[in-house]
Design a protein around this ligand. Structure first.
Ligand SMILES: [Mg+2]
Length: 352
């Protein structure tokens, strides 16, 4: 089989937030073959990633055998090394990689999850992230409970001023009072703090409200700060949604930066890197809870790669159009079986 074309488009779905989540948002990649099969993947990086694929990655892939995905990943990584390595080039590569995995599944006639494990889990507990992108957090909590979620993550930016420890503690205390003791709560600080000792104090103030984890309290590049904090924090520290490639995660793991690692399969380098990250994390005996894990690409990975206690984030409302999964009663599962990732994204290329 040979690759005959690599196409890329940036859909502009309803409800897409303004700011980088939109402009640097999801791209859809299609890899066509002379066998008549097309693989679809989703990456990130918007118009900049589109340019990288069209000008740099597509010429490398045309005429190649789509089979040796890992080899193709290394080839693309090396070709972009001077300006890539992390960030939007790897977001672009993620889309290509997922399209190649989709092709591998379609060629074998099985779902991707089945390529990775002979008996993938049927479903997984999902958690709802509330207060994202201007959402009213109170409404979000009630909606999540009403939909059957028993695990909820608070996007702290909508509950309290970034960096204001007292407000954060008050907000978490109020939410704990509202949901009761049986709901698992986590909190996401979205890199709002810069000072490790201040975050440690915050974590100590939050202990009595029983948080599953405190996510990304510091900037993603502050590895020293994270290693210091993670060693001392009474609440597990999560992070990694803004880290890239297994090489990047190897560094975080070696330095003990987090208790819980959260790679995003559409950003971190695709399934090829996600698999390696799972393996590394198992070596270090730490947990992986992928960012946006109940969106279809991450869900295939979680259902087949997680050996411990799997957990999948509810996903973004503006990505609902991708389909391929079902969320009900606080659990996520794949929608009616299809080969590859089980989604048909061809319509994205017909829109204009
Ligand atoms: Mg986050």
């Amino acid at each position: 089989m040979k690759i005959t074309d690599v196409r890329v488009t940036q859909p502009l779905p309803a409800g897409m937030p303004t700011g980088w989540r939109g402009s640097m948002g999801q791209i859809v990649v299609a890899v066509d073959t002379d066998a008549g099969l097309t693989g679809y993947g989703i990456g990130g990086g918007g118009a900049a990633a589109t340019h990288v694929i069209q000008r740099e990655l597509r010429p490398l892939l045309l005429g190649a055998d789509p089979g040796p995905i890992e080899q193709l990943w290394e080839q693309q990584y090396r070709a972009t090394l001077a300006y890539g390595r992390k960030g939007l080039v790897i977001m672009a590569l993620s889309g290509v990689d997922l399209a190649l995995w989709d092709l591998r599944g379609k060629t074998a006639g099985v779902p991707v999850a089945q390529l990775l494990a002979s008996t993938p889990a049927a479903d997984v507990v999902a958690y709802a992230t509330v207060g994202m992108a201007g959402d009213d957090p109170g409404v979000g909590i009630d909606r999540a409970l009403g939909e059957g979620y028993r695990v909820i993550k608070l996007a702290l930016g909508s509950f309290a001023l970034p960096g204001d420890a007292e407000q954060v503690v008050r907000a978490v205390r109020d939410v704990r009072g509202r949901v009761g003791a049986d709901v698992t709560l986590m909190a996401d600080a979205a890199m709002a703090w810069t000072d490790g000792p201040a975050v440690l104090k915050l974590a100590q103030g939050l202990v009595e409200y029983d948080l599953g984890w405190l996510e990304e309290p510091l900037p993603a590049d502050d590895l020293d700060g994270y290693a210091w904090l993670t060693e001392r924090s009474p609440i597990p520290i999560a992070g990694g949604e803004h880290e890239f490639t297994a090489r990047g995660f190897a560094d975080l793991l070696a330095r003990g930066c987090h208790h819980i690692y959260q790679p995003d399969i559409c950003w971190c380098g695709g399934l090829t890197q996600m698999r390696q990250i799972y393996t590394l994390a198992q070596t270090h005996q730490v947990r992986v809870v992928p960012h946006r894990g109940s969106e279809v690409f991450g869900l295939h990975a979680i259902l087949s790669l997680e050996a411990g206690v799997p957990l999948a984030e509810s996903g973004r409302p503006w990505m609902e159009w991708v389909g391929g999964r079902e969320l009900a009663g606080g659990r996520a599962r794949l929608a009616a079986a299809g080969n590859g990732f089980g989604v048909d994204l061809s319509a994205c290329f017909n829109a204009g």
